[in-house]
Design a protein around this ligand. Sequence first.
Ligand SMILES: *Cc1c(COP(=O)(O)O)cnc(C)c1O
Length: 228
Amino acid sequence: MIKENLTRVRRRIEQAAARCGRDPASVRLVAVSKTVSAESVKEAIDAGVRLLGENYIQEAREKVDALIGSPASWHFIGHLQTNKARFAVELFELIHSVDSLKLARELDKQARQRNKVQPILIQVNIAEEKSKSGITEQAAAKLIREVSCCGNLSIRGLMTMPPFFNAPEKVRPYFKALRQLSNRIAAMNIDGVTMRELSMGMTGDFEVAIEEGSTIVRVGTAIFGERQ
Ligand SMILES: *Cc1c(COP(=O)(O)O)cnc(C)c1O
């Protein structure tokens, strides 16, 4: 089941990339495993998944422990509390959800203590929804300039969670806006900042996200099935 789902998702990624003349290898798939059991995650890894996305630190710690030695790495995609920064730096190859200087400074401190340079993305609340985390589009450049001074963080790009629509086409303007913001920030040539990654697109809209330049799609339901 997971294996078949994965094959279907990969094919859809390839087709979306082909439609807009992109190399499918320029789109990385993060299998979002929140609420999914370690057994199912193992099944996904056995079927070739190499990147897993988790939203909650405690849940992730248990799964990472249960799957130690497996050839996958973990991305943090949920809202991160400052007091969990330590675990985030210990567990995750990429943290997608940095949206404040306070959080960045704590991650920087924790990374420095571990002699690590922690790759991060800046989460942008592109539609300015009250219910969602993320810095506003207007404030993003300023935050990135400030965070760029954190010597143990490496800013690699932007992430967004756009509003939910049943019709993926309705999400396209938000993906486009994130890409344009990313281009503007790249043009500022801020020291130590690259805008190579655009983390956008989920089960309902990842093909449109790829057409708009996504380099990381975060897909849960289409791989693991509906969450309880
Ligand atoms: C749950 C989640 C996803 C995956 O959502 P699906 O619709 O199940 O693909 C992607 N990104 C974030 C930040 C999430 O919380």
